[in-house]
Design a protein. Structure first.
Length: 328
């Protein structure tokens, strides 16, 4: 029997339990590419899966972890051969398909993106799903027609993973960025990533008005709920918000006023089932549009054994920036 270390989630009588275990390679699920995982990362969804705070995991036992970067070990897929460096984000990894917190993963070759030449496997996971989603949000705002000349962009949950990467990318592209955060003590950190203004979370809290004073040309929101509703009410005529998250709640207590009176657009962002060409475009953009020194400054590294602690911290909104998990 060949085994490898993995963070395995089991169903228990009272819920679920995550623990490091030796996983038998024979129990890996079907797939045409086997990957030696080098790095993974901790996203909000990973926190939910490990703590069991939301029903992210759809199959038990499950290896947690929604994305990895590593090297192809074996492949029967025409696009991939042993030695290729690859990234996988989403596609149900860690939810319906055995995931990334393991020394080995067997997956569908169609899910993989080639690691851009200028990005290491570690940096790819410092970016991770959170960073690649931030890039998808920026691309959506650009597609809507927003440019630095349109006006400032608000980023909610700015000190978190999606938020930190979004601030860094937008500032590199020349946008003026308002970083909204519930952690004012992170103001210097957010300014070092390129935020031109720090806005207290409270400015976007409370019962949203249908329309408030027009403040931002656009927004990137990873919080949802009243935060997103307030943000929409403050977007300038013709602007747009790319919404990707629910760290503050799944609801949206908004009115249609921003849409029908200011032509504001709400752009939905999904990274999990996002088609391959858009993923490849996002990763290409990340190679050029994300300052690697800023990425390093927002990232810390942990080992597999520290996952439960960091998972609890991320769902409590206490993780700053990005966390990479060294595996191989
Ligand atoms: P993080 O925990 O790193 O960031 C979330 C941030 O939101 C926190 O750091 C905090 O920022 C803010 N926040 C947390 N709780 C609250 C609250 N109750 N009210 C207001 N703000 C709050 O998570 P990620 O960046 O990894 O993910 C962010 C969100 O995006 C998650 O909901 C995640 O599921 C979603 N997501 C969605 C994807 C998709 O495909 N649509 C892909 C990736 C992520 P601060 O302290 O600065 O206020």
């Amino acid at each position: 029997m060949t085994t490898f270390k993995a963070m395995v989630i089991e169903k228990t009588e009272s819920g679920t339990k995550a623990a490091l275990a030796d996983f038998d390679e024979a129990n890996l699920m079907d797939g045409d590419v086997t990957v030696r995982v080098e790095y993974s990362t901790v996203n909000y969804k990973d926190g939910l899966a490990i703590t069991g705070k939301a029903p992210v995991v759809r199959r038990f036992p499950m290896i947690a972890g929604v994305d990895f970067a590593g090297t192809v070990e074996a492949s029967s897929h025409p696009k991939w051969k042993a030695g290729d460096k690859v990234i996988l984000n989403g596609w149900g990894l860690g939810e319906t398909h055995l995931g990334a917190y393991a020394e080995k993963a067997r997956v569908k070759g169609d899910w993989l993106v080639r690691l851009p030449a200028g990005i290491s496997t570690r940096d790819a996971m410092a970016i991770g799903t959170a960073g690649y989603t931030a890039m998808l949000c920026v691309m959506a705002l650009e597609k809507h027609g927003l440019t630095p000349a349109s006006g400032p962009i608000a980023v909610t949950g700015a000190a978190g993973g999606v938020g930190s990467v979004a601030v860094a990318i937008l500032s590199k592209l020349g946008f003026s960025v308002s970083a909204t955060t519930g952690r004012p003590e992170q103001a210097d950190y957010l300014k070092s990533l390129g935020a031109s203004e720090i806005v207290e979370r409270a400015a976007l809290a409370g019962t949203p008005k249908p329309l408030a004073k027009e403040r931002w040309a656009g927004g990137i929101d990873s919080v949802g709920s009243t935060t997103l509703a307030n943000l929409l009410s403050m977007i300038r005529y013709g602007g747009a918000v790319a919404a990707c998250g629910l760290a503050g709640g799944m609801d949206l207590p908004a009115s249609v006023a921003p849409f029908i009176l200011r032509g504001v657009c709400l752009l939905g962002i999904d990274s999990v089932m996002c088609p391959l060409p858009k993923r490849e475009e996002a990763w290409k953009r990340l190679e050029t549009d994300l300052d690697r020194q800023k990425l390093a400054a927002m990232t810390r590294e942990i080992g597999l054994s520290e996952l439960p602690e960091v998972a609890a911290a991320i769902v409590a909104g206490q993780v700053r920036g990005r966390v990479v998990v060294k595996i191989g």
